[in-house]
Design a protein around this ligand. Sequence first.
Ligand code: SF4
Length: 406
Amino acid sequence: MDNLKELLEKWYATEEQWNDWRWQISNRITNVDKLSQFVHLTPKEKDGIAACLKKFRMAITPYYASLIKSEDRQCPIRMQAVPNPKELVCTRGDMRDPLHEDVDSPVPGLTHRYPDRVLLLVTDCCSMYCRHCTRRRIAGQNDRSLPKAQLDRAFSYIRSNPTIRDVVISGGDPFTLADEQLEYILKKLRAIKHVEVIRFGTRTPVVLPQRITPELCNMLEKYHPVWINTHFNHPREITPASSAAVARLAKAGIPVNNQSVLLKGINDRAHIMKKLVQGLLKIRIRPYYLYQCDLSEGIGHFRTSVSTGIEIMENLRGHTSGLAVPTYVIDAPGGGGKIPIGPNYLLSQGQGKTVLRNFEGKVYLYTEPDAEEGKNTTSNLGIAGLMQSNDVILNTEEKMIIAKGS
Ligand code: SF4
């Protein structure tokens, strides 16, 4: 860090303390008075933040606070970390649990929506409370991890459901747990034969990179395949410290993917998103999803139109490496799951021909096998089957077979 000396003086910290994740957590900014020492606030802003804190938590690690430009109200780091009284306003469509994570929960802490994977919420604690958090109904409410008895119930559920092959450990932020607690969870999951893949959802590399210690990485690599999905939203979050944290994970053989949220005033312009995804590839993170901002309560001021997201995707696809292009999704309200959306490149289709446009708007014709040739090579199920039959509706049994992946 270029300004490390200045930072250490400001925080009355030694370099060793600054690099210690436990020091970072115990010195988080959690009230207005402390915040005003590091971020310029008018009296009106202070009152607005205080009002907000009656409903939602604030916690900003010294590291993440050091990325805020103190005088800039539109600073993308500040907007993600500092409460805004707009959070107290309910917008049209707002819901407490838009993704129905609580409804689809067979045992506390576990969401089972998709057939082969579950979401395990192991804590409600985060090192930094993001202002746009989808799970703000739980994040930071009690600041505690899932009690062991409930964890064990979740393991029993996973054990008795052999279709579950993928477990996503999230929260809150699971990396706020100690290594020993994480290892307990990993050991239990690895003892279940049908659990093939373990994934973590964590914002730690972005907001508390000091937590990605060599000891944590050594422990994680014992339980491979372990994947990490993280959450960078702006190119300014890619720093020497966050890059080094990701490098430590890569060294331990852990693939890191990124899930950004499209946020008004933060990353809703194509050039910013392009800089972000290209920067992520440079530090070996694969841009995975770009989420349309969910309908959680009090985050309406962060939402953009869907057409804004489509426009951004239009400016990525073909304009930069496909590896850098995330899938833009709406996580359907009511627990419908992620639905990919984006620009339409298929212009027309019929009589063995498909008309497409490329990223420059040029139009091309692709010749398909004719009906007879195609019959022997494509499945006669699903949409392909419907195209070849005289039916006018896809029968639901076939639809179920396709959904089950047979
Ligand atoms: S780290 Fe994740 S769970 Fe925690 S506040 Fe941020 S978005 Fe929400």
